[in-house]
Design a protein around this ligand. Structure first.
Ligand code: SAM
Ligand code: SF4
Length: 363
C-alpha cells in the first residue's frame, strides 16, 4: 500500500523510493507539507537563524571547460580579471564592519604555485585586517591535498566543492570526458578536504538536461553517505555561450526547476538536520523571492555579493544573474528587513560554523 506524505516525512531515514516519490509531488498542498516539515526540523535543530557569508568572486580565470558554465576557459567573450589585494581587503573589511561574521572566496579553477600562494597570502592578510574575527570559506576548485592543507593552515575554515551531479554518466554529459575533468578527481578532492580538517561542503545543480528524480534522490543519499557538513545547491540555469545551451529546449521549465530545488533543500534539511545549507543566488534568479523561499524550505545561509560592481558583469555563470549593479551597501541595507519579515534572525558577527561538523568532531 502507498505511504502517505506525512508517513514518509516521519521516517528516521528515507529510502531512495520515498525520496523519488516526494520529489515528484505535484499537488501544492503536498509540496507545502514537505516544506513546512523541513522548516519545523530546521527550527528544532539549527534554529531559525541565518548566517551571512560575504561573497568575493576573486577571479574568473579558469582552466576548465565545464559545459554549463559561463566563465569556462573556452568562452572567449569573457573579459578575464583577478581582483587586486586591496579590493579583496576592502570587501573583507566591509563584511567585518557590517558584522557578517564570515566570507566566501570563490574563483575559477586555477592551478600552480602562484595561485596557491595568492590564496594563502590573501587568507593571512584578511585575518590581519579583520582581527581574526571572520571565518572564511573557500570555493576554488580541485587542488592537490598539500594545497588544501596550506590553505587550512593559513586560516580557511570551510571549503565548498560541488560534485555537480553524482551520476557518472550525467557528469560526463555536462563535462568533457578527459583526465582534467575526471569524476574520480572530484570525489578524491572531497576526501582530501575532509582529511585536511575543513568543514566540507558539496552540492549539485538541479534540473540539468536529462537529470531524473532518481538521480536527485541519489544525490541526497550521497550527501548523507559522505557525511558532509554543508551543502550549496540550486537550479541549473542555462548560459547562451556554453555548449550545454544546445539542450536548453529539453529542460524543465524554470518554475518547475525552482520548485524542485525547494523540495531538494527541504528533503536535505529533514535528512541532515544539523548541516549548513545555502539559499543560492540561482534561486533568486528564477524567483525574486527565491532567497527567502529557500530559507523557508530549510536553508540557513545566504551569500550577499561583495564583488566590486565593475567586475560582476564578468562573473556570469548563467544568464540573468541578479544584482549585477547593486553595490555591497545597497544589497546589505535591505537584508535585515527582508530576513526578519519571514521570521528569521541574522546571526550578526557569528562565525556560523556547521553544527554537524561540531557534533562529528566532538565525538
Ligand atoms: N571553479 C570552482 C568550482 O567549479 O568548484 C568554483 C566556482 S564555480 C563558478 C561555482 C559553482 O557555480 C559550480 O560548482 C556550479 O555548480 C555553479 N554553476 C556554474 N554554472 C552554472 C549554471 N549554468 N547554473 C547554475 N549553477 C552554475
Ligand atoms: Fe571553471 Fe568552476 Fe565554471 Fe567549471 S564551474 S568552468 S571549474 S568556474
Amino acid at each position: 500500500m502507498k505511504m502517505q506524505v506525512s508517513e514518509m516525512l516521519a521516517q528516521q531515514k528515507m529510502t531512495k523510493e520515498m525520496l523519488v516519490e516526494l520529489l515528484g509531488l505535484t499537488g501544492q498542498t503536498d509540496r507545502q507539507t514537505v516544506l513546512d516539515h523541513a522548516l519545523a526540523v530546521k527550527a528544532a535543530s539549527v534554529g531559525r537563524k541565518v548566517y551571512l557569508r560575504g561573497l568575493i568572486e576573486l577571479s574568473n580565470v579558469c582552466g576548465k571547460n565545464c559545459f554549463y558554465c559561463g566563465i569556462r576557459a573556452g568562452n572567449k567573450q569573457v573579459h578575464r580579471y583577478t581582483l587586486a589585494e586591496k579590493e579583496v581587503i576592502d570587501a573583507a573589511v566591509f563584511a567585518w564592519k557590517h558584522q557578517f561574521g564570515s566570507l566566501v572566496i570563490q574563483t575559477g579553477e586555477q592551478s600552480g604555485e602562484g595561485f596557491a600562494l595568492l590564496i594563502e597570502q590573501l587568507l593571512i592578510r584578511i585575518h590581519e585586517h579583520t582581527r581574526h574575527e571572520l571565518t572564511i570559506t573557500l570555493s576554488c576548485g580541485e587542488q592537490p591535498a598539500e594545497v588544501y592543507q596550506r590553505w587550512k593552515k593559513a586560516g580557511a575554515d570551510r571549503y565548498l566543492l560541488r560534485i555537480e551531479t553524482t551520476n557518472r554518466q550525467l557528469y560526463y554529459t555536462i563535462h568533457p570526458n578527459d583526465a582534467h575533468h575526471a569524476y574520480e578527481n572530484r570525489l578524491e578532492a572531497l576526501h582530501h578536504l575532509r582529511n585536511s580538517g575543513f568543514q566540507v561542503g558539496t552540492g549539485v545543480m538541479i534540473g540539468l538536461p536529462g537529470q531524473t528524480l532518481e538521480n536527485l534522490a541519489d544525490d541526497l543519499l550521497f550527501f548523507q553517505k559522505m557525511d558532509v557538513d554543508m551543502v550549496g545547491m540550486g537550479p541549473y540555469i542555462e548560459h547562451a555561450d556554453t555548449p550545454l545551451y544546445s539542450l536548453a529546449d529539453t529542460l524543465r521549465p524554470p518554475k518547475e526547476r525552482f520548485e524542485l530545488s525547494l523540495l531538494m533543500i527541504a528533503l536535505l534539511r529533514i535528512n541532515m538536520p544539523y548541516i549548513n545549507i545555502a539559499s543560492s543566488t540561482a534561486l533568486e534568479t528564477l524567483d525574486p523571492l527565491g532567497r527567502q523561499k529557500g530559507l523557508l524550505a530549510g536553508a540557513n545561509v545566504v551569500m550577499p555579493n561583495l564583488t566590486p560592481v565593475s567586475d560582476r558583469v564578468n562573473y556570469q555563470l548563467y544568464n540573468n544573474k541578479p544584482n549585477l549593479d547593486k553595490d555591497a551597501s545597497t544589497s546589505t541595507a535591505s537584508l535585515n528587513t527582508v530576513i526578519s519579515e519571514i521570521g528569521e534572525t541574522i546571526g550578526f558577527a557569528e562565525p556560523g560554523n556547521s553544527l554537524h561538523f561540531k557534533r562529528r568532531t566532538a565525538k
